[in-house]
Design a binder for this molecule. Structure first.
Ligand SMILES: Nc1ncnc2c1ncn2[C@@H]1O[C@H](COP(=O)(O)OP(=O)(O)OP(=O)(O)O)[C@@H](O)[C@H]1O
Ligand SMILES: [Mg+2]
Length: 268
């Protein structure tokens, strides 16, 4: 029986009284890659942020990494405990380049400076990130470059639980294959990967052990990669009708352009 890397129980999160996560249950064993798919606004990114310890949410429930609770830890302490979500952009840190930032992050996680520099050089070569090492960490990277950079950060820092939000968004066809290959290479008995994706396309290159469907703040279904195929064919309505979940309520009134302006300077 493999050890559970990430165990999430009845995780709830809200912002300013607005409930976003409504009881997420999830278990990812070491050695496995799990994918989460779900419609826009279902809470996938919020789950990633709450797992990583981003402040600003009212949170309840249990989250453990390798059997150790991390709910009371901040972002940095969670990273030390082995759970890491790559830096989210845009983070404007003028004058601080990616190589320096990453070396500092690695050292703060207990990696020796020499080893950190070696990992950075090796992984940058492997992931085609060399030309970005000297660039300051800000929002100037293209969508695909940001995703590549996220995977690069994970490859250098080697967390035990890797969280990747929208792993394939913005990647061109070749990059999807490359980034997926990099994630596959990071697979090991000591690592668990939780990745969010909208497209089953990437699952041709990373075969997830489990696919979870998230709707309205909870995991409503879990299974093998065939779930992604069902989604590709029938969309979320097929999943909803199989599970007997009502379709989301349509807005009571269709918004018009004029709803977004109080003083429209021209006739609509
Ligand atoms: N800071 C916030 N304040 C208010 N509402 C928020 C906040 N963050 C997220 N939400 C709302 O919570 C819901 C879930 O958002 P989240 O970003 O987690 O969705 P998602 O599943 O990642 O969607 P997508 O597929 O579009 O990336 C959305 O309705 C979103 O508008
Ligand atoms: Mg999202």
């Amino acid at each position: 029986m493999s050890r559970t890397a990430l165990r999430v129980r009845d995780l709830q999160a809200s912002i300013g009284g607005l409930a976003i996560l409504k009881g997420v249950d999830l278990e990812v064993p070491f050695g496995e890659v799990h994918a989460i798919m779900g419609p826009n606004g279902s809470g996938k990114s919020t789950l990633c942020h709450v797992l990583a310890g981003k402040p600003g949410y009212e949170v309840s429930g249990a989250v453990a990494v390798d059997g150790v609770s991390i709910v009371d830890l901040d972002v940095h302490e969670r990273a030390r405990a082995g759970l890491f979500q790559a830096l989210q952009y845009p983070v404007s840190i003028p004058g601080l380049d990616l190589a320096v930032l990453l070396e500092e992050a690695a050292v703060s996680l207990g990696v020796g400076p020499e080893e950190a520099r070696e990992r950075i050089a090796t992984q940058a070569r492997r992931l085609g990130m060399e030309r970005f090492l000297g660039r300051s960490v800000n929002g100037d990277l293209s969508g695909g470059e940001k995703k590549r950079s996220e995977v690069f950060q994970l490859a250098v820092l080697e967390p035990r639980v890797m969280v990747l939000d929208e792993i394939d968004s913005g990647l061109d066809i070749d990059s999807v294959r490359e980034v997926a290959g990099a994630v596959e290479e990071m697979r090991s008995d000591e690592v668990a990967v939780l990745m969010i994706t909208h497209y089953s396309r990437i699952l041709n290159y990373i075969r997830p052990d489990r696919v979870h469907i998230m709707m309205d703040g909870a995991i409503v279904d879990s299974g093998g990669p065939e779930i992604a195929d069902e989604l590709e064919d029938g969309g979320y309505s097929a999943v909803r009708s199989r599970l007997g979940i009502a379709a989301p309520k349509a807005p009571s009134k269709t918004a018009t352009v004029s709803d977004f302006f109080t003083d429209t300077p021209f006739d609509l």
